[in-house]
Design a protein around this ligand. Structure first.
Ligand SMILES: [Fe+2]
Ligand SMILES: [Fe+2]
Length: 330
């Protein structure tokens, strides 16, 4: 027996009646910052690439392999799982936008590979990505939460925010480090566009989580918090091992771990929770923080396209972008 219930009526999404102003603000932000990987001239980075030794080239290729896997999870399972428990039809539209951009992110690493790496190297990177134990651990752990219908939908949102705002950052460290040293600037441009998207995704899903959290009893909220912090520890433990595999050879492991603890705190902040680790922005390598804070240079890059494709003005996401007026406050 199926528990499928036929619907009697279908409701058209009405953007003239938006119940949650955050849905509309997020839709506008995301569509305004739309981009495509094919418009960034990665081949301009070939001279920089040739100056890297074998260990550093290996690192760049494999962090992008790991990031490809995580963006694949988000595009194939992440958003589909969140879409099952939306609060508004506009939220569905926002999640649709996010899902497509996750496919753009996943594809953009291939644009980088096909420019910098040989076909044999690319095959090896994908083979590694599909089998590396600690990378697979995180992808499989999160995906199983997404796909399991018995998992609390709020916990799926926590998994989503941990992926968006925490688990990506062991990979983002490398291109940001090079950007801070004025190397691989076009590769970094792609990463910064991805990072700007992830920042909105993590904030938005975290906000929807907080709405659901408020509806729980005090005891249920405490249980959710306990579960969340344990889950974060579990993921961090795995992340330490993953980071070590990627970074021991070049000696950056400790610096990367500081950076990911800083981002774990940000993920908790997106979920309305207190930080877990003592690390703050001041503890992170300033060259990497500098890479994060500079605004994207995409105006210059896009102007090379010359096909009359006009982009909206874009700027880095800031916290007060989320202070939008409540339409019910008149
Ligand atoms: Fe992504
Ligand atoms: Fe994302």
């Amino acid at each position: 027996m199926s528990d499928f219930k036929q619907i009697k009526q279908f409701k058209a999404v009405n953007w003239d009646q938006v119940n949650d102003a955050i849905d509309k603000a997020t839709w506008e932000k995301l569509t305004e910052q739309f981009w495509l990987d094919t418009r960034i001239p990665v081949s301009n980075d070939m001279d920089d690439w040739r100056t890297l030794d074998e260990d550093h080239q290996w690192l760049v290729g494999h962090v992008f392999g790991g990031l490809t896997l995580l963006d694949t999870v988000q595009s194939e399972q992440g958003m589909a799982s969140l879409r099952q428990t939306v609060r508004t039809q506009h939220e569905t539209a926002v999640l649709n936008n996010i899902q497509f951009m996750e496919s753009v992110h996943a594809k953009s690493y291939s644009t980088i590979f096909s420019t910098l790496n040989t076909p044999d190297q690319i095959s090896e990177i994908f083979e590694w990505t599909d089998t590396e134990e600690f990378l697979q651990n995180k992808a499989v752990r999160i995906t199983n939460m997404y796909m399991d219908p018995t998992v609390d939908p709020l916990k799926k949102k926590v998994a989503n925010v941990f992926l968006e705002t925490f688990l990506f950052y062991s990979g983002f460290f490398t291109p940001l480090y090079y950007l801070g040293h004025n190397k691989l600037n076009n590769v970094a441009e792609i990463i910064k566009l991805i990072l700007r998207d992830e920042s909105v995704h993590g904030t938005y899903v975290g906000y929807k989580f907080q709405l659901g959290m408020k509806e729980l009893t005090d005891n249920q909220q405490q249980d959710m918090k306990d579960w969340m912090y344990n889950f974060l520890y579990e993921l961090y433990d795995n992340e330490e091992r993953y980071t070590s595999i990627l970074y021991d050879k070049v000696g950056w492991t400790e610096e990367v771990l500081t950076f990911i603890r800083y981002n774990a705190n940000k993920a908790l902040m997106n979920l309305g929770q207190d930080p877990l680790f003592p690390d703050t922005a001041k503890d992170v390598n300033p060259i990497v923080m500098n890479g994060i804070s500079t605004t994207t240079a995409n105006h210059d890059f896009f102007s090379q396209v010359g096909n009359g494709y006009r982009l909206g003005e874009v700027e880095a996401m800031e916290e007060n972008d989320y202070f939008v007026a409540d339409p019910n406050d008149k």
